[in-house]
Design a protein around this ligand. Structure first.
Ligand SMILES: [Fe+2]
Length: 491
C-alpha cells in the first residue's frame, strides 16, 4: 500500500487533477480512432446519433429498454484472449420490467446477466429474472404495497459473501442466487435475524472478512447498521437516528470507521403512485455521520455539509485523524425531469476527527461527470492507489455512459478507454489478477446503440487505454444496468 499522499505535488491536487480530467476528456477520442487493444472488435464505426423518442420514457428505449426473453448460450466465440486465470462467474444486476413498462428506471424487475469464464473459454451466458413476489405476481413496486422483506424488486446489485451470491435492491431483503445457473434460491434473512432492508452497497472488510451493511426504511427506525461475520451470521446490529427517511444508497467504511451520508433526497409519498418515491428537499440539509466500525448509534458524530447527493463512493480510508472519502457528487438529485440537475464531479470529502466536533472540507478531484466508481476490494477501507470510473457523455434526453477512466492516485495520472461514439460501458468491475494493488482486470458489458448489440469486455485494469484484451459477443442485447460482481470458482 502506498503511504505517500499522491496529491501533494507542487501544482496542487485540485489544480492538477482538474487539468488531468480536462486532458483525459480531450484525448478521449484517440483510443478508438487508433483501434482497440489486441483482441477487441473494431470500434471505428461512424458515429450514429443517439436518438431518443421524447414521447416515451428514456429508460424504456435504446440500450435501456427491457429484454423479454431469458436465454442461454454456450461456448461463446471470444475475440482476443480471455485470461485463463479468470475462471468463475461475472454477474450484473439491473432493472428490467417484465411488462415492458415501468414508472422509473429504478422500478423494473431485477434481472441478472451472467457470463461464465473457464480457463480462457466463455462457457455460457444467461439472463434470469430474480423470482421475487413482484415478478411472480406481475406487480410493480407501487402496486405491491410496502416493499419490505422479499417484497422488493431486487434490481440493483449483487455481492458474494460467506459462499453465497446475494442480489439486492434499494430497500427490502436480499435474495440468495444460485451462482451455477442464476436461479433464485430464496429470500436471505440471515437465519431470521435480519428484519430490516439490506443495502445494495454492503462492504466486506478485506482483513476480517466481516460484511458491514445497513438497511434504510420509510418509517422509524429509518436506518439500522449490521455486521455479518465471514460465516454469514449477523453478529451486530444497531439503530442509527436520522431526522427523516432520506434515501441512503451507499455508505463507506475504513479500517476503524463507518460513514453514513444523510442527504436531502427524502421519501415522498405524494409521488409514490406515479414515480420513484423520493424527492430532493430544500429544507432538510445534508450531513455526514461517523461512528466506530462495529459501533452503536449513540456513538455517531455528524457534520453538516453543503446539500448535495451521492450515490457512490470509490473508497474511503483513514490517515491519522483524517478520514478521506472519494465520491461522485451531484449538486442535486431527484429534482424534476430525469434526475433533476445532474451536474456532477468527482470529489474528495475529508473529515477531521480530532476535535470535539468533526471537521469537514471537500475538494474537486476531477471536474467531469463520472460514476460507478470501483476499487481493488482488497483495499476496501484502506488507502488505495488505483480507482476506475465510468464516464458520462452529455445528452439532453437520456443517461448516456461512455468509457472507463483509470485514476492513479500515486502519480496523479488518468488514462482512459473510450469505446467509440456508438458504444457505452456499464460499471467496470475489478477482479484481482496478481498480488499488487490494481493488478487484474476490469469486466463489464459494452452496448453498441447503432447495432443494438452488447458484448462482454475484459480490460487490463492498469492499462485501460489499450482497449479490451478480450471481447465476447453476446446472443442478445444486455440492457444498461447497475452493479456487478465476480464469483471465482471455489469461493
Ligand atoms: Fe449503486
Amino acid at each position: 500500500m502506498t503511504t505517500r499522499d499522491p496529491f501533494t505535488r507542487p501544482l496542487g491536487r485540485r489544480q492538477f487533477l482538474r487539468s488531468m480530467g480536462a486532458a483525459a476528456g480531450g484525448l478521449a477520442i484517440a483510443p478508438w480512432l487508433s483501434g482497440c487493444g489486441d483482441g477487441a472488435t473494431s470500434a471505428t464505426d461512424v458515429a450514429v446519433p443517439l436518438q431518443v423518442d421524447p414521447s416515451r420514457p428514456w429508460w424504456l428505449q435504446n440500450g435501456f429498454g427491457p429484454v423479454s426473453a431469458e436465454v442461454e448460450a454456450f461456448d461463446l466465440p471470444v475475440v482476443g484472449a480471455l485470461p485463463p486465470e479468470l475462471t468463475g462467474l461475472y454477474v450484473r444486476n439491473g432493472s428490467n420490467a417484465q411488462t415492458g413498462v415501468s414508472r422509473h428506471w429504478f422500478l423494473g424487475d431485477g434481472m441478472l446477466h451472467g457470463i461464465r469464464l473457464d480457463g480462457g473459454r466463455a462457457s455460457w451466458y444467461r439472463n434470469r429474472y430474480i423470482h421475487t413476489p413482484l415478478y411472480l405476481n406481475d406487480q410493480d413496486f407501487i402496486d405491491s404495497g410496502i416493499p419490505q422483506g422479499g417484497n422488493n424488486q431486487s434490481n440493483v446489485s449483487v455481492i458474494h459473501h460467506a459462499g453465497k451470491l446475494l442480489s439486492s435492491g434499494e430497500v427490502g431483503a436480499a435474495y440468495h442466487i444460485d451462482s451455477r445457473d442464476l436461479s433464485t434460491v430464496g429470500v436471505e434473512d440471515f437465519d431470521g435475524k435480519l428484519n430490516t432492508s439490506f443495502t445494495a452497497h454492503a462492504k466486506i472488510d478485506p482483513v476480517t472478512g466481516n460484511m458491514h451493511f445497513f438497511g434504510y426504511w420509510f418509517v422509524p427506525p429509518y436506518l439500522t447498521y449490521h455486521v455479518a461475520n465471514p460465516a454469514g451470521e449477523i453478529i451486530h446490529s444497531s439503530e442509527i437516528g436520522l431526522g427523516a427517511n432520506s434515501m441512503m444508497h451507499s455508505f463507506a467504511i475504513t479500517d476503524r470507521d463507518v460513514i453514513f451520508y444523510d442527504l436531502p433526497v427524502l421519501f415522498a409519498p405524494e409521488v409514490a403512485g406515479t414515480d420513484f418515491p423520493y424527492r430532493w428537499n430544500d429544507e432538510y440539509g445534508a450531513r455526514i455521520g461517523v461512528m466506530p466500525l462495529g459501533g452503536t448509534g449513540d456513538q455517531i458524530r455528524w457534520v453538516e455539509i453543503e446539500p448535495c447527493y451521492v450515490f457512490h463512493e470509490l473508497n474511503a480510508f483513514r490517515d491519522g485523524d483524517d478520514i478521506h472519502i472519494d465520491v461522485c457528487r451531484f449538486d442535486r438529485m431527484m429534482d424534476g425531469e430525469r434526475f433533476g440537475d445532474v451536474r456532477s464531479a468527482f470529489y474528495r470529502w475529508s473529515l477531521n476527527t480530532a476535535g470535539d466536533s468533526l471537521g469537514f472540507r471537500d475538494e474537486v478531484l476531477i471536474e467531469r461527470p463520472m460514476d460507478f466508481p470501483v476499487h481493488d476490494r482488497r483495499y476496501t477501507g484502506r488507502r488505495n492507489r488505483h480507482g476506475w470510473l465510468t464516464t458520462f457523455r452529455d445528452h439532453p434526453d437520456t443517461v448516456n455512459t461512455g468509457g472507463v477512466i483509470h485514476i492513479d492516485a500515486q502519480s496523479g495520472d488518468t488514462t482512459e478507454w473510450d469505446p467509440g461514439p456508438n458504444r457505452h460501458l456499464g460499471e467496470a468491475y475489478f477482479v484481482a489478477g496478481g498480488s499488487d494493488e490494481g493488478e487484474g482486470w476490469l469486466l463489464t458489458y459494452c452496448h453498441d446503440h447503432a447495432r443494438g448489440e452488447t458484448s462482454f469486455v475484459v480490460l487490463d485494469a492498469r492499462n485501460v487505454s489499450r482497449g479490451p484484451i478480450a471481447e465476447v459477443a453476446l446472443p442478445q442485447r444486455v440492457p444498461y444496468g447497475f452493479h456487478g460482481t465476480w464469483v471465482p470458482d471455489g469461493a
